[in-house]
Every structure is written in structure tokens, then in C-alpha cells.
Write a protein of this length. Structure first.
Length: 76
């Protein structure tokens, strides 16, 4: 089965939700029925709403990761 190339809000939402949950983009793109990296980058360029949601998803994932790091090594 070929990878999807057509943008859908549902597929974009799935990608963003996975990112929020800590899954890397590389991992997400290995899932069945996911687009390739070039397609995602094209969607980010063409779809403002996806770009906004993607950015927020990465920010939330970074916050979660920072919290984990602090729990491993509390600030001095």
C-alpha cells in the first residue's frame, strides 16, 4: 500500500497527538498508513493550521521531556 500524500485534518491530528505523547516524528512515520517525511514537511508549508498544531505539539512534548529530566536530576 502506498503512503498517503493527500492532507487530511484527521491524519494531521494523529501525527500531532502522537508527538504530544512523546513519540518522535521518525517513529510516527514508520506506522502503517503514515506519509513520508517530505510529505509532512510539504503539509507544514502549505497548511497553516497543521503548522500551528505541529508547533504546539512539539512545545508540549519538549515541556514533558524537560520535566522528566528535572525528575532525574533535580536543579541544584
Amino acid at each position: 500500500m502506498a503512503r498517503p500524500t493527500d492532507y487530511t485534518p484527521e491524519l494531521a491530528a494523529s501525527i500531532c497527538q502522537a508527538l504530544v505523547e512523546g513519540t518522535t516524528l521518525s517513529e510516527v512515520l514508520r506506522w502503517k498508513n503514515m506519509p513520508n517525511r517530505t510529505t509532512v514537511y510539504r503539509w507544514l508549508h502549505r497548511h497553516e493550521e497543521f503548522r500551528r498544531r505541529y508547533t504546539v505539539a512539539l512545545e508540549l512534548a519538549a515541556d514533558e521531556l524537560a520535566d522528566k529530566v528535572v525528575r532525574i536530576r533535580p536543579p541544584a
